[in-house]
Design a protein around this ligand. Structure first.
Ligand code: ADP
Ligand code: MG
Length: 268
């Protein structure tokens, strides 16, 4: 496989700032002036009922929203203070710097574990040495907590792994392009409790080098993995807004808004 001269120098976690972000689908407004600072090297959890725009917000953070037919956007997203939507910045660059892991693990099922990890690297430019690729695969699988389980069978297809292992393979694949932010949309919702715990441990370990923004419906999980939290809500046909955000401890221990208190205590 020929891969682009991959930048194998360590990148650092970057902050993300959403400023007055609004979103529409076919003219229907689903997010209304959402502003949120997501600090570098920290885990920010997005919580709130279904349909309030959390996934849409996440897609806006790595420019996937603009690929949806009929989707529109207003506002700004800054990556370490630089406009992610700057016309001079290529969408592929934005998406390399801000990776995404989805609810349903989506490795390439017939592709080997080894090639899955490298799949995000572009097939142009200089050829990386075998050793470089081997090292990158080992490093990313190790960070995703999967190395010891698959080291002896890197040529097996990704689809042969368990659901939890597939999700960790997807995390490894995301890490291979050296993202500065990793977005995770309910990454454990399809997984058993043991796999969920493993992913949570991985999130905690990764957050030092890559900023993490995670959508979760699991309030215990939000408290276990995040330092900051934002509560999204879309009331009676109105677009989604952030009702309250702040340090996770405060959001759960002393919420300022009654609706936040109701939600985090399961009264919704
Ligand atoms: P959440 O992730 O909080 O459940 P979503 O961001 O998925 O919320 O959805 C927010 C709103 O946008 C919902 O009303 C949903 O129906 C609508 N929506 C999401 N994706 C699309 C799409 N591709 N086309 C049209 N409407 C969409
Ligand atoms: Mg969603």
């Amino acid at each position: 496989m020929t891969i682009a001269a991959p930048d194998l120098t360590m990148t650092t976690a970057a902050s993300l700032d959403a400023r007055a972000v609004s979103a529409w689908f076919s003219g229907h407004k689903v997010l209304d002036r959402v502003s949120l600072h997501m600090p570098a090297g920290r885990v920010t959890a997005l919580i709130g009922p279904s349909g309030c725009g959390k996934s849409t917000f996440l897609r806006i953070l790595n420019r996937m929203h603009e690929l949806v037919a009929g989707a529109e956007l207003a506002g700004e997203v800054l990556l370490d203070g630089v406009d992610l939507y700057d016309s001079a910045r290529r969408i592929t660059d934005a998406r390399r710097q801000v990776g995404m892991v989805f609810q349903k693990p989506n490795p390439f099922p017939a592709m080997s574990i080894y090639d899955n990890v490298l799949a995000g690297l572009k097939l142009t430019g200089r050829r990386a040495s075998r050793q470089t690729r081997d090292d990158l695969v080992e490093e990313c699988l190790t960070k995703a907590g999967l190395w010891h389980e698959v080291a002896g069978r890197l040529r097996s297809p990704g689809g042969a792994l368990s659901g939890g292992q597939q999700q960790r393979l997807c995390i490894a694949r995301s890490l291979a392009v050296r993202p500065r932010v990793l977005l995770m949309d309910e990454p454990c919702s399809a997984l058993d409790p043991t796999s969920t715990r493993r992913i949570e441990e991985t999130i905690t370990e990764l957050s030092a080098e890559v900023t993490i923004v995670i959508v979760t419906h699991n309030m215990q999980q939000a408290q276990r993995v995040s330092q900051y939290c934002a509560f999204f809500l879309a009331e009676q046909g109105t677009p989604g807004v952030i009702v309250e955000h702040g340090p996770t401890e405060a959001m759960f221990g002393a919420p300022r808004d009654r609706r936040t208190a109701d939600y985090v205590h399961g009264r919704f």
